[in-house]
Design a protein around this ligand. Structure first.
Ligand code: 5GP
Length: 212
């Protein structure tokens, strides 16, 4: 059984760094590569960071109901293709999705078992510093991202977990802990528990366990 990890965060909160570090050392995680209508940035490559497609193609794919979720973010369309989940399941992997708050809402409805994590910067001031240090954006874009962050952060209560990204390594540790805890949930452990029960000659029962 694959676990779906939904991760959302305002831009500049360090989400990509945390996700990359956790994924690099956990071969059981697969990253969902989204479709988008935005243009590639810097070193981004098609099929690796995103599938870059035209607006017309995106709309056609919406029409064919190919997306598990999709949303318009900063004037561009972004969507998660159903095949990402199918592929992860076939490979016995858990799927990590980096999606915005609108997409997360849709996905939680479609996949109620999904675990969702909201990453917060420690403060607005630190987020602004990080955005400026990236020196990718103009002042105007930074202002827009800060306003968007203020709106996005209000949605944190819809998520199961909150991670305040103060320092990279402790945050990576906490993200790993969340992933481990989700994998130890009783319904995910069943396939491992049943063979143990068999060694006791006991099958599963729906009855409440007896007290010692
Ligand atoms: P960026 O353009 O900076 O890569 O991403 C902008 C925003 O789009 C981020 O908040 C990111 O989480 C979100 N995003 C990326 N892919 C998807 C997707 O497939 N669906 C949704 N709903 N949001 C996405």
């Amino acid at each position: 059984m694959s676990t779906v990890f939904i991760i959302s965060a305002p831009s500049g909160s360090g989400k990509s760094t945390l996700v990359k570090k956790v994924m690099a050392e956990d071969p059981r995680l697969a990253f969902s590569i989204s479709y988008t209508t935005r243009a590639p940035r810097g070193a981004e490559r098609d099929g690796e960071h995103y599938h870059f497609i035209s607006r017309d193609e995106f709309l056609a794919r919406i029409g064919r109901q190919e997306f598990l979720e999709w949303a318009e973010v900063f004037g561009n369309f972004y969507g998660t293709h159903q095949s990402e989940l199918d592929r992860a399941q076939a490979a016995g992997k858990d799927l990590v999705l980096d999606i915005d708050v609108q997409g997360a809402r849709q996905l939680r409805e479609r996949i109620p078992r999904a675990a969702s994590i909201f990453i917060l910067p420690p403060s607005r001031h630190i987020l602004e510093q990080r955005l400026r240090a990236r020196s990718e954006d103009s002042d105007e874009v930074i202002e827009r991202r800060l306003r968007a962050a203020a709106a996005e952060i209000r949605n944190y209560r819809g998520y199961h977990y909150v991670l305040i990204n103060d320092q990279v390594e402790p945050s990576v540790e906490r993200l790993r802990a969340i992933i481990t805890a989700e994998r130890l949930k009783q319904d995910r452990m069943r396939e491992h528990v049943l063979p143990i029960l068999e060694t006791f000659g006991a099958g599963e029962t729906d009855q409440a366990p007896e007290q010692d």
